[in-house]
Design a protein around this ligand. Structure first.
Ligand code: AMP
Length: 360
């Protein structure tokens, strides 16, 4: 199903998932005059606090899904692990963007790699692993070090383990729960970057400047824009993003993670949703990634991706949230909290965008 005409302010956007990404999508939608209806299984979902309506139900509650689909004008999602039968059902009942086909490709690391490599874009060497014997053979082919990841449901370093020179295959295989997996050659990268790209129903594409990302304990800690890479590499990264988003006939915002290794770009993965490494756009750009996603799925013209400032986005993790007054008193700093009550270790509680005058 495709959008017949742009949705007017007052229309209702259904958002699947009630975390911080859903919350910030709802806030951006509100700015454009839309109402949001959030569907999530957790009673205390952060997105509920800022939305007109919500449904608390499981992702396989098809009666609740049907009722939800009837009440909204378009459905989108804030996380990539929406069960595929649920996405297909929603797509049969309502307008879904991004499509269930894009979601399916992103959900399986092997399908994703085959798809990206098929576009002529470099990815890490990889092999499918379904048993310890497969792992043994895959290591013989790809070599060490390598990274073993579950094919599905991994995030923030969960469901993955490094295969070092002395790692036993049995231990690594057990560590990822003996689930269907992918072995990837270890890329010795200089930098991790990402590209936030958007595409509308009519095929128009908009791409933001490239952030450089730093992780701590597998969780994103900072995104810095501009990245410390050459103009040519940044433009090549943006072109890779354009190629991927167009090939998927995608509608909405996507985050594409890449490694810079020497002068070479290698795509790690893409997320079919707004992305943590795009939060800096809220304060450094005319139109944020959240507004851009809402514009794209609602059939509005895409907004400007122009960046007016240099920026460093810092994630506020766990107990760092106690420093809210300090963040609040900082000059040229955009402060964003997600309304989460419990500051568990490593939990994403909010972020700040620290601006400096634009250079480069
Ligand atoms: P992912 O879940 O694929 O985003 O991986 C999480 C993090 O692990 C990445 O941001 C990288 O820092 C690291 N990583 C993942 N895959 C590789 C690889 N093939 N080579 C080197 N580092 C990797």
């Amino acid at each position: 199903m495709r959008l017949a005409k742009p949705l007017a302010p007052g229309s209702t956007i259904g958002i699947f998932g009630g975390g911080q990404l859903g919350r910030m999508l709802a806030l951006a939608a509100g700015q454009l005059g839309f109402k949001c209806h959030i569907f999530a299984p957790e009673e205390d979902s952060p997105a509920f606090q800022v939305s007109a309506a919500h449904t608390v139900a499981g992702y396989h509650d098809f009666a609740a899904l049907e009722t939800f689909a009837k009440k909204v004008d378009v459905v989108t999602y804030e996380f990539e692990n929406v069960p595929s039968d649920t996405a297909a059902f929603l797509e049969s009942q309502a307008l879904l963007a991004p499509s269930s086909a894009a979601l399916r490709t992103a959900q399986d690391r092997i399908d994703e790699k085959i798809f990206i490599a098929g576009l002529g874009i470099p990815v890490a060497p990889f092999a499918a692993v379904n048993s310890e014997a497969d792992l043994h053979n895959a290591i013989a082919r790809i070599g060490r070090p390598a990274v073993l990841k579950t094919r599905r449901f991994g995030y923030d370093g969960k469901g993955q383990t490094k295969i070092a020179a002395d790692t036993s295959t049995g231990v690594a295989w057990a560590e990822i729960g003996k689930a269907p997996a992918i072995l990837e050659g270890f890329i010795s990268f200089n930098k991790e970057i990402s590209v936030i790209a958007a595409r509308g129903w009519g095929g128009v594409i908009a791409v933001y400047d490239v952030p450089e990302n730093h992780h701590e304990n597998h969780i994103l800690k900072t995104s810095t824009v501009p990245a410390g890479i050459s103009r040519a590499t940044a433009e090549e990264a943006r072109e890779v993003a354009r190629t991927i988003i167009a090939a998927l006939d995608y509608v909405g915002v996507m985050g594409i993670e890449m490694f810079v290794s020497g002068t070479k770009l290698i795509v790690n993965e893409f997320a079919p949703r707004v992305h943590n490494s795009g939060h800096w756009t809220q304060d450094a750009c005319v139109v944020s990634q959240f507004e851009q996603h809402i514009r794209a799925i609602c059939g509005w013209p895409l907004g400007s991706t122009e960046r007016h400032s240099n920026v460093v986005m810092h994630n506020i993790l766990g107990g760092e949230s106690a420093r809210w007054a300090e963040y609040g008193a900082s000059a040229r700093t955009g402060v964003h909290f997600y309304g989460k009550a419990e500051a568990r270790r490593g939990r994403k509680m909010g972020h700040i965008n620290v601006l400096t005058p634009r250079q480069g």
